[in-house]
Design a protein around this ligand. Structure first.
Ligand SMILES: [Zn+2]
Length: 241
């Protein structure tokens, strides 16, 4: 059986082959140089090896970038990734093969929040045995740092989530909660980068494809507005592998 991950890779390969005949695909993979940017700086920022970025643009170490210059960003390496430190931390957890089928995005529906606060709420008010219902929380600068990504004990111990109405779905769904109320505001840029980096990591780690990424509303068996009508689903899907 072809796994969804492999079929996605095949699709990406096809997209790259047709890159120069498709304006929309090309537009997604072009970076317009801003003042002060350097090829070295961009390669670090995007997590792309310097030579890959230079070669894709027929540039070398001595090349100077011009403001407004269009750079081709090679392959999906341009997608947000976890920081090296977080990857190292999350890698310590052993993940059982085929345990997880979905990665589900939520909002806290509050303007501020912390892991400890949400953990307390889920333990003491909602009486959840394992506390915090999510596997990860991403802060918005109010209570936690903007874009700060924290793994809960549900990730560290690989416990089922408590974030969906169906227990069967909780068994196979990793939950990520962004602090914020996206009925009234949008996630910060740092939250979106952190979220996409985390999802790209989880898809790879759990051998999942693009279709595994869901919002709470998309997967829940009971109607919910989570993660809010202003959450940019399409933007997120464009940022994940
Ligand atoms: Zn939710």
């Amino acid at each position: 059986m072809t796994c969804s991950c492999c079929s996605r890779r095949a699709f990406l390969g096809g997209a790259l082959v047709s890159l120069f005949s498709s304006v929309s695909v090309l537009a997604d993979r072009v970076h317009v140089v801003r003042k002060g940017e350097t090829l070295f700086g961009l390669s670090r920022q995007m997590g792309i090896p310097f030579h890959d970025l230079a070669d894709a643009n027929h540039l070398n170490r001595k090349s100077k970038l011009q403001v407004g210059q269009r750079l081709f960003i090679p392959s999906n390496e341009a997608l947000p990734q976890l920081t090296v430190a977080l990857k190292k931390k999350f890698d310590r957890t052993h993940v059982k093969a085929r345990q997880w089928k979905y990665v589900v995005v939520h909002h806290s529906a509050t303007s501020s929040g912390t892991v400890a606060g949400m953990d307390r709420y889920h333990s003491q008010v909602r009486h959840m045995e394992n506390g915090l219902a999510y596997h990860f929380v991403i802060g918005n600068g109010k209570g936690m740092k903007d874009g700060e990504t924290v793994a809960s004990r549900r990730w560290k111990k690989q416990l089922a989530g408590g974030h969906l109405a169906s227990e069967a779905l909780n068994e196979i769904s990793l939950g990520i909660c962004l602090v914020g109320n996206f009925e009234v505001s949008v996630p910060t840029a740092k939250q979106m980068q952190a979220l996409a980096g985390l999802i790209n990591y989880l898809l790879k780690r759990c051998h999942l494809g693009h279709s595994a990424v869901k919002t709470h509303q998309q997967i829940n068996t009971i109607y919910t507005r989570c993660p809010g009508r202003r959450f940019p689903v399409k933007t997120l899907l464009g940022m994940v592998a």
